[in-house]
Design a protein around this ligand. Structure first.
Ligand code: NAG
Ligand code: NAG
Ligand code: NAG
Length: 158
């Protein structure tokens, strides 16, 4: 009997450990896809290309949105600093600087490939999906289109 109880306990511990890991994984994924380091040079073309390439994000989707703010402020959207929308997402109370990036992976001659990047930026309320008080999915934000970097075409270092 006791060993069964012990086994069940271990099983429950393993399950909750798995759930915790999954929770952190989803936030880690959100962070990788949508949060820029606070010291990120948003007007630096090479920085964008390197960021996308290093995080395997070049060409991931047609438009990717990146928030430039501290992780703490962004986490707060799901922990008091946001309001529920009709469809159960959370809209941030604060305005965030968001960068919309279009990128495209293209192979050029000599086995080199390039990551082409365009960028527009605006301040807006962002709408995210939350899980356990952490943002896990970027829903959308409404933009005024302001180009932050002009046409770029750069070679990515692989
Ligand atoms: C970037 O913008 C230029 C000019 O608007 C366009 O021709 C090009 O296809 C765009 N590139 C990407 C990756 O969106
Ligand atoms: C949410 O806020 C509470 C109270 O400030 C804090 O204890 C908790 O760690 C926060 N949760 C997350 C996931 O940041
Ligand atoms: C920015 O991206 C969002 C999707 O994340 C899209 O709804 C919006 O139209 C885009 N705005 C611009 C100006 O590219």
């Amino acid at each position: 009997m006791r060993s069964v109880a012990l086994l069940s306990l271990l099983f429950i511990l393993a399950l909750s450990d798995g759930a915790d890991r999954q929770k952190n994984d989803r936030y880690a994924e959100f962070k990788k896809k949508h949060i820029l380091p606070t010291d990120f040079q948003t007007d630096n073309k090479i920085a964008w290309v390197e960021h996308l390439v290093n995080n395997d994000l070049c060409g991931r989707t047609s438009v990717q949105s990146f928030i430039k703010d501290s992780e703490e402020n962004i986490k707060l959207i799901c922990n008091g600093s946001g309001t529920k929308t009709r469809d159960n997402y959370i809209k941030s109370t604060n305005l965030f600087q968001v960068y919309n990036i279009t990128s495209e992976k293209s192979t050029s001659q000599m086995l080199e490939w390039e990551c082409k990047v365009n960028c527009s930026t605006a301040k807006y309320h962002v709408i995210v999906e939350c899980q356990n008080n952490l943002p896990v999915h970027y829903h959308y934000s409404i933009f005024l289109r302001i180009l932050c970097i002009k046409k770029l075409l750069l070679k990515a270092l692989v």
